[in-house]
Write a protein that binds this ligand. Structure first.
Ligand code: ZN
Ligand code: ZN
Length: 189
C-alpha cells in the first residue's frame, strides 16, 4: 500500500485520489487473528497541506472473527474512516522537530503525524490501526447467541444439551444446604 505523492509534493493545496484493493493472501491478520476473508478495499485522497500530507478516506473488508460466546467463526464486515497526517522525515533530531512544531504553532503540542521518506507514503500501518479499532471487543455471531453450556461445552444454539444449567451463587447454595430439614436421628445413643 505504497502511495506515490511525487506529483503533488511541491504543490501546496493539491490533492490526489487513491484506490487500493489488497488480496486477502497479501494481508496479515489484524491483531494476529482476524484474517481477511475478501480483498481489503482502501480508497480516498491525499492532500498536500504545505506542512504535511493529509490522507483521508476509508478502509473496508470482510474479516474472520470468533464469537465470544459460542466460539464459532464469524464473518464480520468492518469499515473504518481514515484520517492521517504524514510528515516528511528530515535529518532533524526529535528535539529540533518539537521546536519546529512549536514554531509552526501545532495547537495540541503533540505530533501525531506519521513520517514518510522520499515520494512514498506507506499506508499499511494507518489502515491496519484504523480497522483494528473497528473490531468489537466481544464479537457475537448473533445478538441472541446462547453460547456454550458451562458444564458439557455443547453449543446451546444447536439445542439443549440436557445439563442442569441452573446457576446458583455458591453462598446461596451453602445457605440452601443449611436450611434443609435435617433428618431426625433414629440412631440409638
Ligand atoms: Zn455465538
Ligand atoms: Zn451441557
Amino acid at each position: 500500500m505504497q502511495l506515490s505523492i511525487a506529483s503533488i509534493r511541491e504543490r501546496r493545496g493539491a490533492s490526489l485520489p487513491f484506490d487500493f484493493i489488497v488480496p486477502p493472501d497479501q494481508w496479515a491478520p489484524l491483531g494476529g487473528e482476524a484474517a481477511a476473508l475478501a480483498p481489503v478495499h482502501v480508497h480516498g485522497h491525499v492532500t498536500n497541506t504545505g506542512e504535511s500530507m493529509l490522507v483521508q478516506g476509508e478502509a473496508s473488508g470482510e474479516f474472520g472473527l470468533v464469537c465470544a460466546r459460542c466460539l464459532q467463526p464469524i464473518r464480520a464486515s468492518l469499515r473504518a474512516p481514515l484520517e492521517e497526517r504524514f510528515r516528511r522525515q528530515t535529518g532533524r533530531s526529535p528535539q529540533r522537530e518539537r521546536e519546529w512544531d512549536e514554531t509552526l504553532g501545532d495547537s495540541d503540542g503533540e505530533d501525531d503525524a506519521r513520517s514518510y521518506h522520499g515520494d512514498w507514503l506507506n499506508l499499511e500501518d494507518a489502515v491496519r490501526e484504523a480497522l483494528l479499532l473497528q473490531v468489537p471487543m466481544k464479537p457475537v455471531c448473533r445478538p441472541d447467541c446462547r453460547g456454550l453450556c458451562p458444564q458439557c461445552g455443547a453449543n446451546l444454539n444447536q439445542g439443549d444439551c440436557g445439563c442442569e444449567t441452573e446457576t446458583v451463587d455458591p453462598r446461596l447454595a451453602a445457605l440452601r444446604e443449611w436450611a434443609k430439614p435435617r433428618p431426625k436421628s433414629n440412631e440409638p445413643r
